[in-house]
Design a protein around this ligand. Structure first.
Ligand SMILES: [Zn+2]
Length: 177
């Protein structure tokens, strides 16, 4: 590496701006877009077949129940873990949990090793909440970070799936699968 006085950067090329009148008359379709960036972290993929797991609402309800169960049951900060509903190459849906800390903090690895505790805690949480079974609240499934799914989340749906799960050890795919 050569050290020396920093050189002034060339002035950025400025693209010509569209006329203001054009910008005011957008007629294209509106679509949700998620902004994202890439980073490496630990992930845990969970695949399961259980009664009551067909719709997006049911999958999201299960996802956030599992995350809350992991946070409560294993004393992991909820901000350190998150997850998505993901379709595999075979078209089957599943859950992917991940550490939000770049590089991974080992949280999802702990979840993989203690799924029974995670599920038991999730069942207790969704079974004991005061909100209606057909909905959810910040005491069971909702957080500020899953706000876009709030209308989908039903603690009754989560409870149905969680209580039907058996053989939890077979959920988790081994790392690298
Ligand atoms: Zn609730």
């Amino acid at each position: 590496m050569r050290l020396g006085r920093p050189q002034p950067r060339p002035a950025p090329q400025v693209a010509p701006q569209p006329a203001a009148r054009q910008a005011l008359h957008c007629t294209g379709p509106l679509r949700w877009r998620s902004l994202a960036h890439t980073y490496e972290t630990d992930i845990l993929r969970l695949r399961l077949d259980a009664p009551g797991l067909d719709t997006r609402e049911q999958w999201h309800s299960l996802l956030y129940a599992v995350l809350e169960g992991a946070a409560d049951g294993l004393e992991i900060s909820r901000a350190d873990i998150d997850g998505v509903v993901h379709s595999g190459a075979d078209g089957r849906s599943g859950l992917v949990l991940f550490d939000t800390v770049p590089g991974g903090a080992g949280s999802v690895l702990r979840i993989a090793g203690a799924l029974d505790t995670v599920i038991a805690t999730a069942v207790r949480r969704v079974a004991s909440c005061d909100c209606g079974l057909e909905t959810s609240c910040y005491g069971c499934l909702r957080t500020p970070r899953n706000e876009r799914h709030h209308e989908d989340l039903s603690r009754g749906a989560a409870l149905t799936v969680l209580t039907s799960l058996n053989g939890l050890a077979s959920w988790a795919e081994p790392p690298g699968a």
